[in-house]
Design a protein around this ligand. Structure first.
Ligand SMILES: NC(=O)c1ccc[n+]([C@@H]2O[C@H](COP(=O)([O-])OP(=O)(O)OC[C@H]3O[C@@H](n4cnc5c(N)ncnc54)[C@H](O)[C@@H]3O)[C@@H](O)[C@H]2O)c1
Length: 263
């Protein structure tokens, strides 16, 4: 059973305002739905206008078109959230890319390296920098930055800039969590294992051997559903996780704990 099978009755986020980047798709979209269902005002930020708008409409939230690599647009995003709802309580800095030209270090060019660093790592720096002053004034806030299990585990199927960017997100989140803890602000890195998204489905439908090579490492024997990642974000966003800070919060089905998995 996954969280998608259960009726969500938690209302832990009533009156809180959440900014979600990459809210138009995948983990961001599932999280927009989940945080809205828990009572939060949700600001859906995405570079994809159609997807972001649709997400905001569905959850009764606000769409803001943002390229997370732009300092001005990121500043404006958090200002809009504050001006509209009066607070910025939750920042889920989640937008990210994993393009095919980011591959082995031997074949990945500097342009691809920099593009991935910009979207996956510099964006998190910009979002945290923009969100923190609002949270400092409130004396309250929860920042969740999407890293990945590849921040703590190596893969022979390398995406070198992606992996390095997620390691950066993890280290930055830890440091911010320590620096701002006594101001009532928690910062955690979320480290999902592989998630059953359309991209992954397409890739593995074409190449079942590629899927099998990965699934053998997951004790649960399947990929995560986006709703299962969203449930973890809702927990980290809520006061139920009030003593969880500066962590690498793994939601990986046990991959990182496994040696031999069940047959
Ligand atoms: N899917 C997985 O298996 C998996 C596993 C671990 C970590 N992650 C991480 O989770 C996050 C979300 O992944 P997903 O699978 O839901 O991806 P996705 O591709 O389904 O969604 C990402 C969203 O980010 C948006 N986006 C991309 N570039 C942007 C930019 N410059 N500015 C604003 N928005 C932008 C896209 O338009 C899209 O809506 C990413 O950081 C990813 O690295 C994913």
């Amino acid at each position: 059973m996954t969280t998608s099978d259960t009726e969500i009755v938690c209302r832990r986020l009533v009156g809180r305002t959440a900014v979600i980047t990459g809210a138009g798709s995948g983990i961001g979209l599932a999280t927009a739905r989940r945080l809205a269902s828990e009572g939060a005002n949700v600001v859906c930020a995405d570079i994809d206008e159609n997807a972001g708008k649709a997400a905001a409409e569905e959850v009764g939230g606000l769409f803001v078109k943002v390229d997370v690599t732009s300092p001005e647009e990121v500043e404006a995003l958090f200002k809009t959230a504050f001006d509209t709802y009066g607070s910025v309580d939750i920042a889920f800095n989640n937008a990210g890319i994993s393009p095919p030209d980011d591959d082995s270090i031997l074949t990945t060019g500097l342009e691809a390296w920099k593009r991935v660093q910009d979207v996956n790592l510099t964006s998190v720096y910009l979002c945290c920098k923009a969100a923190l002053p609002y949270m400092q004034r409130q004396g309250r806030g929860s920042i969740i930055n999407t890293a990945s299990f590849v921040a703590i585990m190596g893969a022979a199927t390398s995406q070198i800039s992606y992996t390095a960017s997620k390691g950066g997100v993890l280290a930055m989140s830890r440091e911010l969590g320590v620096q701002f803890a006594r101001e009532g602000i928690r910062v955690n890195a979320l480290c999902p294992g592989p998630v059953n998204t359309p991209l992954l489905q397409e890739l593995f439908a074409k190449d079942p051997e590629r899927a099998a090579r990965r699934l053998v490492h997951i004790p649960l024997g399947r990929f995560a559903e986006p709703t299962e990642i969203a449930a973890a974000v809702a927990f980290l966003a809520s006061d139920d996780s009030s003593f969880i800070n500066a962590t690498d919060f793994l939601v990986d089905g046990g991959i990182s704990g496994a040696y031999v998995t069940p047959l």
